[in-house]
Design a protein around this ligand. Sequence first.
Ligand code: ADP
Ligand code: MG
Length: 143
Amino acid sequence: MAIERTFSIIKPDAVKKNVIGGVTQKLEAGGLRVVASRMVRLTEAQAKAFYAVHKERPFYKDLVAFMTEGPVVVQVLEGENAILKNREIMGATNPEKADAGTIRKEFGTNIERNAVHGSDAPETAAAEIAFFFSGAELATLER
Ligand code: ADP
Ligand code: MG
C-alpha cells in the first residue's frame, strides 16, 4: 500500500467546540500524520468554490453559510492509504449513522454540522490540497 496525502478541514462547529486537539488526536491515533495545517476563515467565494460539486443540492446555500460562520483548520494528512483511512476515522456523513469512536460520532452535531471534511478520492485530494496549499509551502514543511 502506498503512502498517500489527503485533505482535511476541521469545520467551524468543531473549532467552536474547542476540539481541534480531539479531532487531531483521532487522526494521529489512526496512523495519519499532519504535514500541513493552518487556521483560516473561509470567504463566501472560497466556500462556494470548494463545494461547487454540490451546487445543485438543496443544502448548498446552508452549507456555504455554515462553512463561513467561523474559522476552520485546513490540514494535509499523510499516511498509508490516507484517503480511505481518513474517511474511516471520520465516520459517516450523518453523525447519527457514524460508527462508535469516529470523529463525526463523537464531535458531530447533525448531518450538516459534522465536524470534519475529508477528500473522497485521489483526484479530489490533489485538487483540494492545491486549493489551500502551494507546492512551495508544502516543500518548506517536509521533514
Ligand atoms: P461527506 O462530507 O461525508 O463527503 P458530502 O460530500 O455528501 O459528504 O456532503 C458535503 C457536506 O455537505 C457534508 O459533510 C455536510 O456538511 C453537508 N451535507 C451533506 N448532506 C447534507 C444534507 N442532507 N443536509 C445538510 N447538509 C448536508
Ligand atoms: Mg464529500
